[in-house]
Ligand binder design. Structure first.
Ligand code: PLP
Length: 493
């Protein structure tokens, strides 16, 4: 059988005769398709309110069933791909950029960062070593130093400090894993690289810590049996007296406290652990202190919220995600350590095929030694584009507006006696529930989400079902928050 490629080239399929390859996209087609795609993205984002935040009718398997079961044997015009984006993909996604998206934490994608992402794909470099693309490494190092400055972080995290430095990880989960591995290396004086023995190591986090801490500990061979869950106070922050007590008990039992994760802005309620006090306990017991500020750390871009950094000058490592609240599209987690030797001890490896004069001179950074995978994209471009083209002032304004809207929402909620606020709301997350109880709150969340007009996630605080109202989309305005609140009020009847 002879098929004709859309672009005019013949392609033979099946077993009869030799296969004639289709011609890949030409430079001119790439240019035109690119313009069409940028138009498509712009129209999507600007027209996003026409979509329900989620498609309540979508069933598992619907998206797949709308597409051919087998790969095409001939090329198709780009128009056909765009048509399927409209017909199949859009009805099948949750619209994270929607201004009425109040679920999880935000995952903004500004226009500038999208172009940075595209540039990274266009350059197509692998930045595992300095020599494999010097600009990829050097721009990343500079961006981490810029962000240290913009966030007002301790100098000891800077790349030009004596012992510290920063790197872009894909996610806060990867940053946590890197911190655990560095801590494990330090606690065993590097011996873990030889005998793999972690049997005496113990880690500490709270009931409110992100699940990635447990995942990281499992991957690192520590396991949940040696992960201590420190109780929290009435504001969901770590109780340092409990941490002290638990560590002493572990030491008394012959174990070695090696890692503590403090959170600045927990996922359930944006609680802040008392990092300075936790650090004193860690230092007394030689444990590594990692601070996870995945969402809330970005607030420090506005100087009046720099309190989110309290205690960081005493931490061994820190991470925050521009891919949540700063507008830099996923994936972009910033990870700093004040002890790069431990990180490099855990993760450096130099096979023959990666040897270079630059690597061995010690004069350059090879970021493959700062992360789990070898290969890495030019991710700093999207941060660089965003800082340069959107500008920090516009991002500060967005953060301030989200905090203002959260405060305004809190006032509305307080005025409706059916609802109660169940946790402090220092930034842009409000946790509320119906006084009627768990069932009523769960039902309200479910029925609201089914409308497609707004999206919320549920959590449990103090054994009570809680609706998280997370305000972080760059398109969200007062109107969207008010409409979502009125929707909750009307469905709470
Ligand atoms: N830590 C906290 C406090 C979070 O809120 C989240 C996600 O919301 C994470 C870690 C995980 O983030 P990531 O998706 O970047 O791994």
């Amino acid at each position: 059988m002879l098929t004709t490629c859309t672009k005019g080239t013949s392609a033979r399929i099946g077993s009869a005769g030799p296969r004639v390859p289709c011609v890949p996209v030409t430079p001119e087609e790439f240019r035109q398709n690119g313009y069409a795609l940028i138009d498509w993205i712009t129209d999507y984002v600007e027209g996003i309110e026409a979509f329900p935040v989620v498609n309540p009718e979508l069933k598992p398997g619907d998206v797949r069933a709308s597409l051919p079961a087998h790969p095409p044997s001939a090329t198709e015009p780009f128009d056909a791909v765009l048509r399927d984006l409209d017909a199949v993909i859009l009805p099948g996604i949750t619209h994270w950029q929607h201004p009425s998206f109040f679920a999880y934490f935000p995952s903004n994608a500004s226009y500038s960062s999208i172009l940075g992402e595209l540039t990274s794909a266009g350059l197509g470099v692998q930045g595992m070593s300095w020599i494999t693309s010097p600009a990829c490494t050097e721009v990343e190092t500079l961006m981490l130093d810029w962000m240290q400055e913009l966030l007002g972080l301790p100098q000891r995290f800077r790349s030009d400090s004596a012992t510290g430095g920063g790197v872009i990880q894909g996610s806060a989960s990867e940053a946590t894993l890197a911190a655990i591995l560095a801590a494990r290396w330090r606690a065993t004086s590097g011996q873990v690289n030889h005998d793999g023995d972690t049997s005496t190591l113990v880690a500490y986090a709270t009931t409110q810590s992100h699940s990635s801490i447990e995942k990281g500990l499992r991957i690192a061979g520590i396991g949940v049996e040696r992960m201590r869950i420190v109780p929290v106070d009435q504001h969901y922050a770590m109780r340092v007296d409990e941490l002290t007590r638990m560590m002493a008990a572990d030491i008394g039992a012959g174990l070695t406290p090696f890692f503590v994760c403090a959170t600045h802005g927990t996922t359930s309620s944006t609680a802040f652990d008392p990092t300075a006090e936790i650090a004193a306990v860690c230092h007394a017991n030689n444990a590594w202190l990692h601070v996870d500020a995945a969402m809330s750390g970005i607030a420090a871009l506005a100087p009046e919220y720099r309190w989110v950094n309290n205690g960081l000058e005493l931490a061994d490592s820190y991470c925050t995600n521009p891919h949540k609240w700063m507008g830099v599209n996923f994936d972009c987690d910033l990870f700093w350590t004040a002890d790069r030797a431990a990180l490099l001890g855990a993760l450096s490896i130099l096979p023959e095929y990666l040897r270079s004069q630059a690597a061995e001179s010690g004069a350059v950074i090879d970021y493959r030694d700062w992360q789990v995978p070898l290969g890495r994209r030019f991710r700093s471009l999207k941060l660089w584009f965003t800082i340069r083209c959107d500008g920090i002032e516009s991002i500060q304004a967005m953060i301030r507006e989200h905090v203002r809207l959260t405060e305004l929402l809190a006032q509305w909620v307080e005025a409706d006696s059916r609802f109660e606020i169940v946790a402090p709301h220092p930034l842009n997350l409000l946790c509320l529930r119906l006084r009627e109880g768990n069932e009523a709150t769960d039902s309200l969340i479910e029925r609201t989400n089914l409308t497609g007009k707004a999206l919320f996630t549920r959590t449990v605080l103090n054994s009570q079902s809680t609706l998280r109202f997370s305000i972080g989309s760059r398109l969200t305005t007062e109107r969207h928050v008010l409409e979502a609140w009125r929707l909750l009020q009307s469905l709470a009847q």
